[in-house]
Design a binder for this molecule. Structure first.
Ligand code: DAH
Length: 341
């Protein structure tokens, strides 16, 4: 076949194949096949050396013409295929912005945390520091430093979880009291709180794990009247201005005198109801004047410094507030306590 006819045929088939090419991969294969360094057009140009001299310019000019035409056609076809690919991609990734959104699941703080947060906020407002101490405690801080007599039943293995002869899970947050008095100098005004553990028979109202808040104020001239005033302000803030308090004599090794304190039931305001077992009062915790032995033990002169302390449980307050009848539920990871309103 003569070379011009060959060029004409290359042009015709190349353009036909180009029209059929509909992906970038096929296009690239086409380009290599026709226009590449070892492509068909280059092949024709290479063969020109064997042509008679007078034919060469004609064939060369024609070959160039075909090359330019194929290059132009290729660029145009590639632009078409790219545009089609982009349209297809946009179509596939189309977002329906009119679909209703998926609301994230709202969580909220655990009821015990919420009660604790309220307690902390009130004492912060009264000028108290908020502290905590270790949950694994030494016998010394949990009992001995708090003036427990050597044979006190609370120290018995039956009542506490001992880890070694000398360490145990603290049985009350009062365990942090002497730590604080060893670190700070009066005036000391703080609350400290957290998890405590006792070897209890599990019941609706008793768990091996519960939560306490202790408070401590030590300074010159501190009296029991300050304690009453502070607790009164606290309870009125926590349960409302109509709340009344009651103190009754009690005993704790670390306070003298000691008292337990109750407040009027926030359900019936003292009239007596199911929540307060008909008494009108809810027992809350213990308190008293810091025992002089403890002040002396941390190097404070009881003739100059006095102080008071109190402690109460958080779990039963939260039970009453949220109408939960079983103390063990607080520690059971029930998701309903944590999901939104
Ligand atoms: N630690 C006592 C308990 O767990 C409560 C208590 C009583 C704490 C009197 C005190 C206090 O700080 O002064 O029963």
């Amino acid at each position: 076949m003569d070379t011009l006819a060959e060029l004409a045929q290359i042009e015709t088939t190349a353009l036909a194949e180009l029209r059929a090419a509909d992906t970038l991969d096929v296009l690239e294969a086409w380009r290599v096949d026709y226009l590449g360094r070892k492509g068909r057009l280059t092949g024709v140009l290479r063969g020109m050396g064997s042509l008679p001299a007078e034919e060469r310019p004609v064939v060369g000019g024609r070959a160039n013409e075909v090359r330019v035409r194929l290059e132009d056609a290729f660029a145009a076809r590639r632009a078409e295929v790219e545009a089609a690919a982009e349209t297809a991609q946009l179509e596939a990734e189309r977002l329906d912005v009119t679909l209703p959104g998926r609301a994230p699941r709202m969580g909220r703080a655990h009821p015990l945390t919420r009660v604790l947060d309220e307690v902390k906020a009130i004492f912060l407002g009264l000028g108290f520091d908020i502290l905590d101490g270790p949950e694994v405690e030494t016998f010394y801080y949990n009992f001995a430093s708090l003036n427990y007599p050597e044979d006190h039943p609370a120290m018995d293995e039956q009542d506490s979880f001992y880890l070694t002869d000398d360490t145990l899970l603290r049985t009350h947050t009062t365990a942090t009291q002497v730590r604080i008095l060893q670190e700070r100098t009066p005036p000391v005004r703080c609350i400290y709180y957290g998890r405590v553990h006792r070897r209890e028979q599990l019941t609706l109202r008793h768990s091996h794990t519960f939560h306490q808040v202790d408070g401590l104020l030590v300074d010159e001239g501190v009296t029991f009247a300050d304690l009453k005033g502070t607790l009164d302000a606290f309870f009125k803030e926590l349960f409302g201005p109509q709340t009344q308090m009651r103190f009754r004599a009690d005993f704790f090794p670390f306070t003298e005198p000691s008292a337990d304190f109750s407040f009027t039931c926030f359900e019936c305001h003292g009239a007596g109801c199911r929540l307060c077992s008909g008494t009108g009062w809810v027992e809350f915790g213990g308190c008293g004047m810091v025992h002089p032995n403890i002040l002396r033990h941390v190097g404070l002169d009881p003739e100059r410094y006095t102080g008071w302390a109190f402690g109460f449980g958080v779990d039963r307050v939260a039970m009453r507030r949220y109408g939960v009848g079983d103390i063990r539920l607080w520690m059971e990871n029930d998701m309903r306590f944590l999901t939104g309103v």
